[in-house]
Structure formats: C-alpha cells, structure tokens
Design a protein. Structure first.
Length: 332
C-alpha cells in the first residue's frame, strides 16, 4: 500500500465537494490502486486544517485561522495538490503562487481554477516538465464535459483538425431560454442568477471570456498550442436582442455561443462567437446548462460528447478523475 498525501487549496463550494468525494472514495483507491489516500491539508484564503494522519469529514467543518497559503501546502508534505481557488485570467489569481510552488517542488498537481493556467500556462507547463510533476486540469477545462482527456487519450494518434465546443453553461442556458421560451436576455439572466448558476456580475460568462479560457486550455494543454488571450477573437452574447433571435428563428436556425479551434497554415487558430445551427444538428439540441464538444480528426472522423453533470459534484468528480490518473501512473 502506497500512501498519497493530498492537499486542497481553495475551500469553497468546489473544494469542499472535492474533499468530501475524495474521503468517500478512499476504499476504492485502496482496492483499485493499492493507494492509501489521505487528505492532509485544506485551506481557504485565511483559514485551514492540517493533519499528517489524514483529515476526516468532521474536521472540515471548522477551519483554524491563519492556516493558509503555499507555505502551508509545503509544510503539509502533500504529494498531490488540488487547487480550487478563485479564477482570474488577467492576473493568474491566488492559484498562481500555489501552482508555482507545487510544480517547482515536483508535486503532482490538479488544477480546477482556470486563471493561472491561462495567464501563465507556458511557465507552469515548463515547471512541471523540469520537475517531473504531473499537471492535470480536467476540472478547469469544462469539468463535467471531457475535453482534454478526449484529445489526449481517446483520440490518441489522430490529428485533430477542428474542435467546436459549447463550453459555458450560463450562456447556453440564456440563449436556450431566449430561443425556446422567447424570454428576453435580462429575464433569462435573472432566472440564471436566481438558480445560482450566473454570477451577480455575469460578464465573464456573457462576454465570452469563460468560453475563451476553456478553449485556450484545450488548445495549449490538449493540442500543444501556445496561444494567449491576445490570439483569440472573442464575441459574447450580451448584445443578442429578441429581434435577432426572431430573425434566426424565421430562418430555422438555433444560435449557440461556441468556442472553435482550427488549423490554418500549420498553426492552431481560435475564436469565440455565436454560430447558428439547423435543428437537426446535435449542437442545436444542447439544452439548458448542458455543454458539448465536437472534435474532427483525420482518421477517426467526428466525435461528439455532451456533458450534463450537476455542480459542484461534477467538477469534483472531474478533479478526482485526474487524481485516479495520477494514482495509476504513480503505482504502475
Ligand atoms: N462552481 C462550479 O461549478 C465550478 C465549475 C468548474 C470550475 N470552477 C472553478 O473552481 C474554482 C472554485 O469555485 P467555487 O465555486 O468553489 O468558488 P468559491 O465557492 O468562491 O470558493 C473559492 C475558495 O477559494 C478560496 N481562496 C481565495 N483566495 C485564496 C487564497 N489566496 N488561498 C487559498 N484559498 C483562497 C476562498 O477562500 P475563503 O473561503 O476564505 O473566501 C474560497 O474558499 C473557481 O476557480 C471556479 O472558476 C467552479
């Protein structure tokens, strides 16, 4: 039995869901991988909990002030970090310091927040390569919808020619409500905010930035591109009017906010914008908060995946899928 010590930095909805799911799956890790997985540290921005023997669920209810920061992760002697703090692609956010510390120390790292990977992906990838740490990001790259795993594992050996994705649940919900129920943008947004899946300030979603971040991660970490946000044309849905929806309806078309990758003159290009689909196209039938990805390859043709997991459990499960990949790699 090999012991794996896991720390979680960022202990909000997703961090807590990940901790609880991990604790409930310890038996599985023992049986399948011969791995004794212990949760040795968790922390939010100001408080945390630590135990070398492994924290139990009851110990996660009350955190101790002052236990936080990359130094805490270091002191916990964690073998694996799961980073689930706030995402800020313009600065890298608080996650950047955790990821730099962890990857340079050779610690296998699972990233759920997109910001640092978008802001400093090239540097973080290089740190992982030079230290030998495994860097996984299923939770950051559309979580409940498999994206990077599809291109890296399922379509291995094929050349990916094009990727098209409905990658943001909020914008899909808004456009779907406007199209199928004929509600206006503001009303649909209020519904999404009341439902708890649109932020009070929804611009990161509605202006297309969240889709752009996920697309960039798929490109850089799935297809070995080296794109920055400046390489992407990004259009959102904030100025879609009911009149425009009616025009598309009259033409028999369904609008979706889509991130797209394609090859041009040997380079990977990327853009986010509204595309319209005829009713028979699978993308026209991605409803509500669902997400989808369509990947075209040279040898396996077209692959389509649709994700409809409930949050935050689905994101926690995506991060723990990464954990199982790490356990498999480190126990083989
Ligand atoms: N919610 C979803 O369904 C979903 C899906 C996919 C990806 N994500 C990503 O997952 C991440 C977490 O989302 P969430 O919904 O759990 O957010 P959340 O509830 O706001 O939690 C964020 C956590 O990060 C902590 N934090 C802030 N600064 C920190 C620092 N310097 N060091 C350590 N922790 C720090 C906060 O601490 P305090 O508690 O002290 O404020 C809080 O515990 C985000 O990046 C989000 O984009 C979320």
């Amino acid at each position: 039995m090999t012991t794996f010590r896991v720390a979680i930095a960022g202990f909000g909805g997703v961090g807590r869901a990940t901790a609880n799911l991990l604790l409930s799956r310890r038996g599985r890790y023992r049986e399948v991988y011969g791995a004794d997985v212990r949760l040795v540290a968790v922390c939010g921005s100001r408080a945390g909990a630590v135990s070398a023997d492994g924290l139990e669920a009851a110990q996660l209810a009350t955190l101790e002030d002052g236990l936080s920061g990359p130094a805490l992760i270091e002191e916990s002697a964690a073998d694996i970090l799961i980073e689930a703090g706030p995402s800020d692609f313009r600065t890298g956010g608080p996650g950047l310091a955790y990821l730099r510390g962890s990857l340079s120390a050779g610690r296998d790292t699972i990233v759920i927040s997109k910001g640092a990977l978008v802001h400093s992906g090239r540097e973080l990838k290089a740190l992982a390569e030079s230290s030998g740490a495994l860097l996984k990001l299923s939770g950051a790259a559309a979580a409940a919808l498999p994206t990077i795993d599809l291109v890296v594992h399922s379509l291995k050996g094929c050349e990916v020619l094009e990727v098209e994705g409905i990658l943001n649940a909020t914008t899909n919900y808004l456009l779907d409500a406007m199209t199928t129920r004929r509600v206006g943008f503001d009303e649909a947004l209020r519904e999404a905010q009341l439902g708890g899946f649109a932020e009070a300030d929804p611009r990161n979603d509605t202006e297309g930035w969240d889709t752009a971040c996920k697309l960039l991660l798929i490109a850089n970490f799935g297809l070995s591109a080296d794109l920055t946000m400046d390489d992407l044309d990004v259009e959102g849905i904030q100025s879609v009017t009911t009149e425009r929806i009616e025009t598309w309806r009259g033409q028999g078309l369904v609008p979706k906010l889509v991130g797209r990758l394609w090859r041009e003159n040997g380079a990977i290009r990327a853009a986010v914008g509204i595309r319209t689909y005829p009713p028979a196209d699978p993308f026209a039938n991605i409803r509500g908060k669902d997400k989808a990805i369509r990947i075209v390859t040279d040898a396996m043709g077209e692959t389509l995946a649709i994700g409809s997991g409930k949050e935050p459990l689905a994101t926690a499960a995506a991060a723990l899928k990464d954990l199982e990949h790490i356990l498999a790699a480190r126990t083989s």
